[in-house]
Design a protein around this ligand. Structure first.
Ligand SMILES: O=C(O)CCC(=O)C(=O)O
Length: 311
């Protein structure tokens, strides 16, 4: 996960007494079992969305293996939706390219993950005028995330990433195998905005490694758990044929439960550009994570699950 810790969790991880960790875990469990998630599960089951075939397939594949791969145009047939996000990406690429060639001022990077330049990062204001945000808040996307999670989810993080080639360096941070700390069950989507080959840092995943899957017991997910196995150890435990590497054309869209093992962005040749989004449960926002943005648009007129996701 791009953001390794919330303010609270960062403090916990740095000063980390066992007691504090237990407090955060207890808060997560309370919100998952009794407080916020129970209510959002009820809201979802009171008005289950009807999925079309494409959405149904995504949910079924997420259920079976923890990921689903398709092309953006299968979910958004309207060519103008693609054109808008493509134009947004082109602006981001051009500004980032200029920034990298110049004094780098204004480029949004996070400590420890300097290899990724972000369009938004954290603490930004966003509204439905942002094309990628509009897609992430759409019922096409939300109905998939909510149905997989079985609750009304929260739209936690929305961004575009420009991963900078660093051929001379070894894998660091999220380029290494890890589970996301955010939630026991979450959905991320990645939309490739350039062709991604083996040298462009493809996303990789171990199907069946999310909680409930056949590899769930390998360094199992826990709230505030140690989510990075020691370097090289996952490779010893999980055979290469059980790893999926997602090279793909521009327009590839991948949904993934990243509580399972994944890595990516180890770019050795040309930059990788993608759009990404995270949907998680309200329990995650109550204990483990922060939302990356503040929604600025009017809430009136939005469908209930959308309003819930954005607030
Ligand atoms: O950049 C990538 O492909 C990996 C991203 C990742 O680890 C994450 O979003 O949690």
């Amino acid at each position: 996960m791009h953001r390794t810790k919330t303010h609270f969790a960062a403090r916990i991880n740095h000063v980390a007494s066992g007691l504090e960790r237990r407090g955060v875990r207890a808060t997560y469990k309370l919100h998952d079992r009794i407080l916020s998630n129970r209510k959002s599960r009820r809201s979802f089951s009171g008005a289950r969305p009807e999925l079309d075939d494409v959405q149904g397939r995504i949910v079924a594949e997420l259920d079976a293996d923890g990921y689903s791969l398709l092309s953006f145009s299968e979910l958004f047939a309207d060519a103008s939706t693609w054109s808008e996000v493509e134009a947004q990406a082109a602006r981001f690429v051009s500004e980032t390219g200029a920034g990298l060639a110049g004094d780098r001022e204004g480029l949004r990077v996070r400590a420890g993950k300097e290899f990724v330049v972000r369009l938004h990062s954290y603490g930004v204001e966003m509204g439905l005028d942002d094309p990628w945000f509009r897609i992430c808040a759409s019922d096409r996307m939300l109905d998939v995330a909510n149905t997989y999670l079985g609750l009304w989810s929260k739209l936690e993080y929305v961004d575009m990433w420009y991963s900078v080639p660093q051929p001379e360096k070894g894998r660091v941070s999220s380029q290494r195998w890890h589970r996301d700390f955010n939630d026991r069950r979450l959905v991320k989507a990645f939309l490739y905005l350039v062709d991604v080959d083996a040298e462009t840092g493809p996303f990789e995943y171990v199907p069946g490694s999310a909680p409930g899957g056949r590899y769930a017991d390998a360094w199992p997910w826990r709230p505030l758990g140690d989510n990075y196995p020691p370097q090289g150890e996952l490779e010893r435990r999980i055979p290469p044929e059980d790893v999926r590497t997602f090279t793909g054309r521009k327009g590839t869209l991948l949904f993934c439960n990243t509580a399972g093992f994944h890595r990516g962005g180890f770019v050795t040749a040309k930059p990788r550009v993608l759009a990404t989004v995270t949907y998680s449960s309200p329990a995650s926002l109550a204990s483990l994570t922060d939302r990356s943005y503040r929604f600025t648009g009017p809430l009136d007129g939005l469908a209930d699950p959308v309003r819930y996701a954005l607030t």
